[in-house]
Design a protein around this ligand. Structure first.
Ligand code: BG6
Length: 511
C-alpha cells in the first residue's frame, strides 16, 4: 500500500490508526508493505516515529498494543519526491519492487491518494504513464497481480469538474481499479441500515410513501473548521458534506432491496435512487455561516475569525436541503438534510417520521392531539436505533404519552476501536467495491446539487446568520415549515425532543 500525502493530516488522524487497528485485529495481511510518499524531508525512521507519536497522542500511550504497532512499523518505508515529477514514480517503482522482494506482495499495490484534490488527476496520470497502474494477466486472462487506486473526497468541485476528473482517471484506470472513498460508508451504523431494512420482516413493508411522512437527516457538528480554513474556504459545507455523505445516507435509506449483497447489485440500486432524484431548486436549500457565540459552555469564534479565513468570507458552514425521489416508493416524501459546524452538539442521525394516525376516535377524550411515530437511526456518537410511539398513561383517564424503545450498540456489542477507515481499507485489499462510489454515481450526485452551487456562487449571502452553539440559521426552519406541519428535531441534547414531546420514559436495553 502506497500512501500519497504520507505526512499529512489524514494519514496521521485516520489512515495510520486504521492500519494499526487492522493489525491489532489480525486483518493486516502478513505479506504487506506500507510505503509513504510525500515531499517532506523524512526518512522511513522519522516518518514511522511521527506516525507512532500521533497514534499515542490519539489513543493514549497506555492503550497502545506495541506488538500490533511493530507488525505494521516493520513494514513501513518512505519515498520522498515531488508528485508532479516523473522521477518520483521511477523511485516508487523501485520501492514497490523492493517490497515485493522483502514482503512478498506479489506485485499487488494500492495507491491511496490522501492529498489535495487538485492533485488527484495529476498523480493518476503519472502513475499510469510510469506503468504502475498496469495489471498483469496470464495468457488465459487470469490476473497475476492487481493495482488499485483509492481517491479521497472531494471528487470534483462541480458536475463539470467531476466529469473531467472521471475522464482523466479513466484514461489510465478501469472502473474496477478505482475506489472513490466516502468514510461515512465505513461506519458500522451506516452499513447496518441495510441489515435493519432487509434482514427484518417488520420494517420493509412500511418503508414507503404510504406510511412515511418525511425523512430528516442531520449531520451536526460542534467543531468548527479548526486548522482547515484554507481547505474550507475553497470547499464550503455543501461540497464537503452533501454530494458525498448526505447522498450516501439517502441512498442507504431509499434504495430498493438488492438481489444480492455483491458490489454490482448494491451499487446499481443506489444509482437508481440518484437517477430518480431531480436536481435541487435553489429555493429548496438554505445556507448559513456561524458567528461568535457560546459553544459547550465556552465563548467561541465566528467563522470569519478562524485561521486562514477571509474577513468577509461568503463561504457557508451550514447547509440544509430538501431532496425528492421521484419513484413509486418515495414520490411525495421529502428527504431533508442539514449539516453545519459550531452547532449545539455533535449528532449524526436519520429520523424517519411516520404518517399521523387519524384522530377522530379521540375527539371526546382529554387527548388534544396525536404525535407521529419516529424511528431514529443514530449513526453517531450515541450509536443505536429508537422508536417512538404512543401509549396510554397509567390511571383512569385516557391520556396518552409518547414513549421510546431504545437500542444502544454499546449495550449489546463490545466497542471496537474504529474510525470507519478499517472496513474501507480492508475492502480495498480484498477488492470489494460495494462501499465505494461508481463514476456515474458521483456525477449524478453533483448533478443533483449543481443548481444550488450556481445560485449561491452568483449571490452573496447575508453572513454570519447563526450563533455558534445554536441549532443553525432560521432560514433552515422555513424549508420544513413551508411544507406544513413539520419542524426540525432539536440539535441540542437528545432528550430535548423527548421533553418537548412529553416522552415519559425510555426502556433500557440489556446490559
Ligand atoms: C469529513 C468532512 O468528510 O467529514 C469534515 O470533510 C467533517 O468537514 C467530517 O467534519 C465529519 O465526519 P464524522 O465521521 O466526524 O461525522
Amino acid at each position: 500500500m502506497v500512501i500519497f500525502g504520507a505526512t499529512g493530516d489524514l494519514t496521521k488522524r485516520l489512515l495510520a490508526p486504521a492500519l494499526y487497528n487492522l493489525s491489532r485485529a489480525g486483518l493486516l495481511p502478513e505479506d504487506f508493505a506500507l510505503i509513504g510518499v510525500a515531499r517532506a524531508q523524512e526518512t522511513a525512521e522519522s516518518w514511522r516515529e511521527a506516525q507512532f507519536k500521533a497514534l499515542k497522542d490519539h489513543l493514549g500511550a497506555d492503550s497502545i498494543d506495541e506488538a500490533a504497532w511493530k507488525r505494521l512499523a516493520d513494514k513501513m518505508s518512505y519515498v520522498r519526491g515531488d508528485l508532479t515529477k516523473p522521477e518520483l514514480y521511477e523511485a516508487l517503482g523501485g520501492a514497490l519492487a523492493k517490497a515485493e522482494q522483502a514482503h512478498g506482495t506479489e506485485g499487488n499495490a494500492i495507491f491511496h491518494l490522501a492529498i489535495a484534490d487538485r492533485l488527484f488527476g495529476v498523480v493518476v496520470e503519472q502513475l499510469g504513464t510510469a506503468g504502475l497502474t498496469d495489471q498483469d494477466e496470464d495468457p488465459g486472462g487470469k490476473r497475476r497481480f492487481w493495482r488499485r487506486v483509492v481517491i479521497e473526497k472531494p471528487f470534483g468541485h462541480s458536475l463539470a469538474s467531476a466529469r473531467a476528473l472521471n475522464h482523466t482517471v479513466k484514461r489510465k484506470l478501469s472502473e474496477d481499479q478505482i475506489f472513490r472513498i466516502d468514510h461515512f460508508l465505513g461506519k458500522d451504523t451506516v452499513q447496518s441500515i441495510m441489515a435493519f431494512r432487509f434482514a427484518n420482516g417488520l420494517f420493509e413493508p412500511i418503508w414507503n410513501r404510504d406510511r412515511i411522512d418525511h425523512v430528516q437527516i442531520t449531520a451536526a457538528e460542534s467543531v468548527g473548521v479548526e486548522q482547515r480554513g484554507k481547505f474550507y474556504e475553497a470547499t464550503g459545507a455543501l461540497r464537503d458534506m452533501v454530494p458525498n455523505h448526505a447522498l450516501a445516507l439517502i441512498s442507504m435509506v431509499a434504495m430498493e432491496p438488492p438481489v444480492g449483497f455483491d458490489a454490482a447489485a448494491i451499487r446499481s440500486k443506489k444509482a437508481e435512487v440518484f437517477a430518480a432524484m431531480p436536481a435541487v431548486e435553489p429555493a429548496q436549500a438554505a445556507r448559513g455561516q456561524y458567528g461568535p457565540g457560546t459553544l459547550l459552555g465556552k465563548p467561541a469564534n465566528g467563522y470569519r475569525d478562524e485561521p486562514d479565513v477571509a474577513a468577509g468570507s461568503n463561504v457557508e458552514t451550514y447547509v440544509a436541503m430538501r431532496f425528492e425521489i421521484d419513484n413509486w416508493r418515495w414520490a411525495g416524501v421529502p428527504f431533508y438534510f442539514r449539516t453545519g459546524k459550531h452547532l449545539a452538539t455533535k449528532v449524526t442521525e436519520i429520523a424517519i417520521r411516520f404518517k399521523q394516525a387519524p384522530y377522530a376516535a379521540f375527539r371526546d377524550t382529554p387527548v388534544a392531539a396525536l404525535r407521529p411515530n419516529w424511528l431514529v437511526l443514530r449513526i453517531a456518537p450515541d450509536e443505536g436505533i429508537s422508536l417512538q410511539f404512543e401509549v396510554k398513561r397509567r390511571g383512569p383517564a385516557l391520556d396518552l404519552a409518547a414513549v421510546e424503545m431504545n437500542f444502544h450498540y454499546d449495550d449489546w456489542f463490545p466497542k471496537e476501536p474504529s474510525d470507519g477507515y478499517e472496513t474501507l481499507l480492508h475492502d480495498v485489499m480484498i477488492g470489494d467495491q460495494t462501499l465505494f462510489m461508481r463514476a456515474d454515481m458521483v456525477e449524478e450526485a453533483w448533478r443533483i446539487v449543481q443548481p444550488v452551487l450556481d445560485a449561491w456562487a452568483a449571490q452573496k449571502a447575508d453572513f454570519p446568520n447563526y450563533d455558534s452553539g445554536s441549532d443553525g440559521p432560521k432560514a433552515a426552519n422555513l424549508l420544513l415549515a413551508e411544507d406544513g406541519d413539520r419542524s426540525w428535531r432539536p440539535v441540542g441534547q437528545p432528550s430535548a425532543q423527548t421533553q418537548q414531546e412529553g416522552l415519559a420514559s425510555a426502556t433500557a436495553g440489556p446490559t
